[in-house]
Ligand binder design. Sequence first.
Ligand SMILES: [Zn+2]
Length: 245
Amino acid sequence: MTDRPGASPDKGADRALLLTFDDRHVREWAAAAPLFTSYGARVTFFVCEPDRLDRDEVRLLRRLADDGHTIGCHGLRHERATDFVAAHGAGAYLDREVVPALDGLRRHGFPSRSFAYPCSARDEGTDRLLLTLFERLRGGVPADRRADPALAAELHVPACDISSRRVLLGCSVDSGRGTVAYGDDLTGVEAALRRTAEHGGATTLYAHCVADAHEANHVTPARLEKLLAVADGMSLPCVGFDELS
Ligand SMILES: [Zn+2]
C-alpha cells in the first residue's frame, strides 16, 4: 500500500474516488469486504428494498457499516424518479418511494444521508425535491461514455467544488449482465482517476453486484481489484459518501 496524502480518516478528504454499489446484493458485497480492506478502501452501498432484507443481510450490512463503508438509499421499489413524479406527483414519490425506504434503512440502524437515483433517472426538479431529505445525490453519465477520454472533464469534480456539489454523476464500471459483456475499455474512467489524483477533487463510479457472473449488472472481483490498485497506485483514497464534508 502506498501513502495516501488525502486519505485522512476524518471528513473532508481533498481527493477521493467515490466507488458505489447499487441495489441489494448484500451477500456478494460482504464477500468483497476483504478486498476493500486490503486496499484501505471505503465505499458506498446504495440499498433498495430495505424491507426485503433478511436478518442475515442486515447483519452483513451492519458489518460493512462497521468497517467504515457508507450505507445510502436507493428507493423502496427502485422506481425511476422522473417517471414516478410525472405519473403520480412529487408528494406521492416522497411518500411512497423515498420516505419508506429511508425509514426502512433507519429501522435497521442505517440512517442514510445520500441517495442514488435508480437507472440514473433524474432532473432538476427531482434533485430539488430529494435534497430536502438528503445531503447528496448520485446520478450517472451514459455508460457508453466510459471509453471516451473526454469523460475525465465531466466526471471530475474539482476539490474546491466538493463541499458545494450536491449531485455527483458517476460512471458505470460494471463488467456485464447475464451473458452480455460490456467491454473492457475504461479509458475515460482511468483518465478521470488520473485527473483527480493530479489535481485533487473527486470522481464517482458505480457498479452493482460483485461477481464473476450474475444475471444482474455486476463487476467482476478482478476488475474491482484492478480499479482499486490503479487508485492506490495514484495515492487516490477510496472513501464513502458520508466522509465528504
Ligand atoms: Zn439500481
